[in-house]
Design a protein around this ligand. Structure first.
Ligand SMILES: *Cc1c(COP(=O)(O)O)cnc(C)c1O
Length: 401
């Protein structure tokens, strides 16, 4: 078997900011009014305009633009009154900012096992809910949505609030309903590697007027909440005005100006991501020894990254696949690697929280591989990547046989 030609594209290269976003950003800089509350006359400002546009696109009553996805999550937790002494459930496999957000408010993360389809194990969720946690911070990790109706019903029955981490599911749907609309809050990131790019940034959505008023006050609104783009009426803030600490984490007009035109391209970009994702996934699905997580009928996913498992390969052969693909220019992340490198998604590397026994999650992560799919890749690039992955997998598994 001859090795395919190496791939030379970059897995971290995103598309440029749309020209109208660049023009709007230059306009904000020329005005000098970068702070969201630095407006003149009737001008709403780009941050308020972004909140209005995103709330409408998302179908949520309220939206707060803030500094990062991590900030959106800590603000959601604080608005729910969660703090020291509380326990918050989250996925056994997620990215470090998720347990980090729980720890940031002084609460303790408690992990829920995942399934080979990379979503929460509902039996383990039920068992952990009986321990009376303060909330479930559900991470739709790598864009995989669990049965959202079942998860919200299980949380509602246990009387535990649900917060959704939608860093990888902006634009995704479950039975036609947008990810981020199932719980008390939905949290989004506009960091460079997510679905909209402002370098850093976050969006917090909710349909609950009182919770969103708390969140806006927490974000550092200097009593200027009436200048927001998708905020509850002023009367809702009245009893809360002096009850919330100011924990500054506002978005600025420059980032908002960059983001605003990106909302219009989201829908088309979802199709572009999925075309690329499916092109590689379909090839991998046919390979012996490879499991590609199933996509349930109700899930409208956004394939901005791709996961596959080599469930029975063992560490040596998986290491061989990673190194062979890497030598041919295809960067794979391996979640079962001994030492987290460049990312931290292994719960054992979160040493600031109590160690937790997660045998099922660990067994899945041991065989789990992941690659990013930036929109700068063409469909031809995706065929090339699929070719390299097929070669690396076959070669490593056959050599060992
Ligand atoms: C990126 C990310 C976040 C948080 O995003 P930041 O904006 O970087 O704080 C949260 N959850 C997951 C799963 C992420 O990948």
């Amino acid at each position: 078997m001859n090795a395919p030609a190496p791939f030379t594209g970059s897995f971290t290269q995103q598309e440029p900011i749309p020209e109208d976003g660049i023009a709007a950003a230059v306009e904000v800089m020329r005005s000098g009014r970068l702070h969201r509350y630095n407006t003149v006359g009737e001008e709403a400002g780009a941050t308020a305009a972004l909140e209005a546009a995103y709330a409408q696109w998302q179908g949520s009553a309220y939206c707060l633009a803030c500094a990062s996805g991590g900030y959106a999550m800590t603000t959601a937790l604080r608005a729910l009154g969660i703090g020291p002494g509380d326990t918050v459930l989250t996925n056994g496999w997620t990215l470090a900012p998720v347990p980090g957000a729980i720890s940031a408010v002084g609460a303790t993360p408690a992990l829920v096992e995942i399934t080979p389809d990379l979503v929460l194990d509902l039996d383990h969720l039920r068992a952990r809910l009986s321990e009376r946690p303060a909330a479930l911070l559900l991470s739709n990790m790598r864009g995989h949505l669990g049965d959202m109706e079942a998860i919200s019903a299980i949380c509602a029955e246990a009387d535990v609030p649900l917060i959704e981490d939608c860093a990888h599911t902006m634009g995704a749907t479950w039975n036609g309903r947008r990810s981020g609309s199932f719980g008390a809050f939905g949290c989004f990131s506009t960091q460079t590697y997510k679905h909209m790019n402002s370098g850093e940034g976050g969006l917090l959505v909710s349909d609950d007027a009182e919770l969103m008023s708390r969140a806006i006050l927490l974000s550092g609104s200097y009593m200027l909440y009436e200048r927001h783009g998708a905020a509850p009426p002023a009367a809702v803030f009245e009893p809360l005005r002096e009850a919330m600490p100011n924990i500054s984490g506002r978005m600025d007009n420059l980032r908002a100006a960059i983001l605003l035109p990106q909302i219009e391209t989201l829908e088309a970009n979802i199709d572009r991501w999925n075309a690329r994702h499916d092109r590689i996934a379909d090839r991998l699905r046919g390979l012996h020894g490879v499991y590609v997580p199933s996509r349930p009928a109700g899930e409208g996913y956004v394939g901005s990254s791709l996961q596959f498992l080599l469930p029975d390969a063992g560490a040596d052969r998986i290491a061989a696949v990673v190194s062979e693909a890497g030598a041919l220019g295809v960067e794979l992340k391996w979640f079962g690697a001994e030492r987290p490198a460049g990312f931290t998604s292994a719960h054992r590397s979160w040493r600031y929280m109590p160690m937790q026994d997660m045998p099922r999650t660990d067994a899945i992560l041991a065989g789990l591989l992941d690659l990013r799919i930036p929109l700068t890749f063409s469909l031809g690039d995706c065929d090339h990547i699929a070719e390299i992955l097929s070669y690396a997998v076959r070669d490593a598994l056959e050599k060992a046989a």
